[in-house]
Design a protein around this ligand. Sequence first.
Ligand code: ZN
Length: 187
Amino acid sequence: MTETLQEKGVDVRERVLEEFVAVLNIIEPENAAYGNGLFAPRGDSYPYPVKKEDIDYGYCKTYLARCGPRSGRTISFSINKSWFSVKYPENRLRVYIHELTHLKHYGQNGSAHSPRFWQDVAFHTMVALDRWDEIADVFDLAVDPDEFKNHVTNDPVGNTTDGRSQTPAEASEVLEEYLEDYNTGVA
Ligand SMILES: [Zn+2]
């Protein structure tokens, strides 16, 4: 049965970090600190697997979560703990996929949420669906792929689209097109 972390009675801060690191290691997103030579030689890819110690972990209030590249092996990640404690796994997974995409697309809101950002969210969602047995393991098997896809396609909102080249509805449409016929292959 699908449960919130509050219902499960686990340490939310610790559990969210474990989930995020596990999902990162399944998706293996590009990291701008490596690929564009910001902190590492150009063309270097980020060395997976990520360990919990590689995460500069904190709290945030105005956003559900924030994530970005840092120098060395460090990844910055912060969460709104009260949001994460009452949300179901499919919704938490939607936020992990969004946030880990910011390792490649980071910066001010406008540039961070470009149409390319949402294309990569779709791509990362497809990787998650391809490797659904591993994703399900992270959430104790209680996670529904259709519910997850639903959360992903509803993810774009006013402050997470650039508003000039793409509206939230347009970003949702792109996600829907990529994902509507894309399934886990699990019957
Ligand atoms: Zn974002």
